[in-house]
Every structure is written in C-alpha cells, then in structure tokens.
Design a protein around this ligand. Structure first.
Ligand SMILES: NC(=O)c1ccc[n+]([C@@H]2O[C@H](COP(=O)([O-])OP(=O)(O)OC[C@H]3O[C@@H](n4cnc5c(N)ncnc54)[C@H](OP(=O)(O)O)[C@@H]3O)[C@@H](O)[C@H]2O)c1
Length: 289
C-alpha cells in the first residue's frame, strides 16, 4: 500500500479527526509522518513518525513535507484558516507533494455567507488551481461536538442554541477519519468530493430526548436568539471571532443546510455510518469514546 501512495504526511494528527485517522491508517499498513505543534509530544510512536511544524507559520512546514507524496490537509478553526491553508498548499507543492486530501466542511463554497464554509471553499478553489491531485472530504458537524453541551445539561438540564427547528445529520468523527483514510490510500478517489454525514438528520428536541433517556431526567432544548447565544459564548471565554463563526454555522442549520444525509461512509468505507445515539452514551461515560 505505502509503495503505491508514497510517504503520507498528516497535519493535525493529535486532533479529533487526526487521532482517529492514525488508527485507521495503521490498520491499512500505513505509517504516516505526523506533523505536530512544536514542543508538543505528538501521537504515539507506535502509529506514526513525528516531526514538528507550526501550522500558523506555513513556511515552517517545508522541511517536514519534503519527501511526502500525499498530504492530509487539516487545520483547526482559525480566523485566517483560508489563508493559512492556501499557503500550506503552496508549501506542499514546493516540497514535492503530489496528492492532497483536504478535510473541508459540508457547505464549503467560496461565496458562502458562513465564514467557515467560505474559508473552506476558498481553499478548495486554491487546490483546484494548484494542479495537485486532490480529494475533498466535506463532513457535517461532528457528533463529538455535543460534548460542548454537557455543562449546560449538567447546570440547567437544557441545550440552549439559536437553531430553531433545524435538523442536522451529525457525523461521528471516526467515520470522517475512516473516509479520509480511504481517500489517502486509494488514488482512485483523487478528484472526488465526499460529503460525509451521519445516517439520519435529527432535530434538537430529539437529541435532547436521547440525553434525557440516558440520564433518566428531563433535558430540554431551548431555542435562543443569536444575540443571546453570542453573549453566552463570549461570556464563557470564547473569542468573538469564534462566536461569530459559530453563529454563521447555526444560520446555515436554521436554513436546512445541515439536514443532508448521504451514504458516503457506507459507499467509501463499506460499513454503515455510526448512529448519534451511541455517541450520546459514550459522551456520558457509558462506554469509552
Ligand atoms: N468540528 C466539526 O464539527 C467540523 C465539521 C466539519 C469540518 N470541520 C473542520 O475540521 C477541521 C478541524 O479538525 P479537528 O476537529 O480534527 O481539529 P482539532 O480537534 O481542533 O485538532 C486540531 C489539530 O491541529 C493541531 N494544531 C493546532 N494548532 C497548531 C499549530 N499551530 N501547529 C501545529 N499543529 C497545530 C492540534 O494540535 P494540538 O493537539 O497540539 O493542539 C490538533 O492536532 C477544521 O478545518 C474544521 O473546519 C470540523
């Protein structure tokens, strides 16, 4: 396998997608090069070689990427995610990388009003212009994000968000990683746009009901205004740009744009996408996530 795809470099290898991805790559007999934040320990040496590189200084990645043929392009939420990733694409090209698998987002579009979707769309555009072979992995919201709801559930028995009657096909981050692992190791997926979702679109009262059932007490969904949500997020210490970015995302949810259900996980990985109910149980400590 490794011969066919050449050395693989993974950005964000200690994050939500990256850590699951290393497990999947190991199962496929691929030992990637994990590019990690300077000074951080990085992942276990059992599953990856490790090299330091700072994602906020794309030029620092040149030595790390030199010798890699395939790249997993991923950066965290950042106010300049688009310009950072576009610079990383340039560095990758200079380093001799031939194929890129980009973790993007469902709804990516250079003209999107939602800043996160616009950032990803601009990077997708840059990849198309780069001439590099590439695959776009566009996940919906990660099921594991629901962990952020736990303080509100514990304190008030409520999930308070500005999403109205939105439905979302939350996707298990392990399914996103599994799709990315196939894309990294199968050049037949070069050029593909993979929209990755969970198996069902669910509204928030339904998901609140899952928490109620698991906890044995009522958990309510409360629709709040974007202004109230902004105050709550920034009051809890979130930077204003990140709170604005989330409000943009919630607006797309209210507009029905997160309700799409695809069969990508089954089609690409060969097994069904994981259900949200199991993640809710895991988040509450029923079984390890
Ligand atoms: N969350 C969602 O629901 C969702 C849905 C669709 C798309 N996405 C997209 O997925 C991407 C985020 O993926 P994720 O959730 O797996 O990310 P994550 O869990 O936030 O992990 C970020 C990774 O980047 C590393 N990192 C951060 N700053 C760095 C730096 N300066 N230099 C080197 N490494 C650095 C982190 O390392 P440390 O461990 O050292 O911090 C970590 O490995 C974003 O592009 C987001 O838009 C997310």
């Amino acid at each position: 396998m490794a011969d066919r795809i050449g050395p693989v470099a993974v950005l964000g290898a200690t994050g939500a997608v990256g850590s699951a991805l290393l497990v999947d790559l190991a199962a496929r007999g691929v030992r990637p090069l994990a590019v990690v934040r300077p000074g951080s320990g990085g992942p276990s040496r059992d599953v990856a070689d490790v090299v330091e590189g700072d994602l906020t200084r794309p030029e620092s990645l040149l030595p790390a990427l030199t010798g890699a043929r395939t790249l997993l392009l991923l950066t965290p939420l950042h106010p300049a995610q688009d310009s950072l990733q576009r610079a990383i694409v340039e560095v990758a090209k200079e380093a001799g990388v031939e194929r890129v698998v980009k973790v993007s987002a469902l709804g990516a579009d250079p003209a999107a009003r939602c800043s996160i979707h616009r950032q990803h769309g601009l990077v997708e555009e840059a990849l198309a212009e780069s001439g590099l072979r590439h695959t776009l992995v566009r996940p919906n919201g990660f099921a594991q994000n629901l962990r952020q709801w736990l303080p509100g559930i514990t304190a008030r028995g409520a999930i308070a968000l500005p999403v109205g009657d939105a439905e979302v096909s939350w996707v298990d981050v392990r399914d996103v990683a599994a799709v990315a692992a196939v894309a990294l190791t199968d050049p037949a997926l070069d050029g593909a746009v993979l929209e990755v979702t969970g198996p069902r679109a669910l509204d928030y009262p339904t998901v609140a009901g899952y928490f109620s059932r698991e906890l044995g007490r009522e958990v309510r969904f409360v629709d709040v205004s974007p202004e109230a949500a902004f105050d709550a997020m920034t009051g809890a210490g979130m930077p204003p740009w990140a709170a604005e970015a989330r409000l943009g995302l919630y607006a797309t949810y209210r507009a029905g744009e997160a309700a799409l259900v695809t069969t990508t996980v089954e089609d690409v990985v060969g097994r069904p996408a994981r259900a949200l109910t199991s993640v809710v149980g895991e988040l509450l400590g029923r079984t390890p996530v």
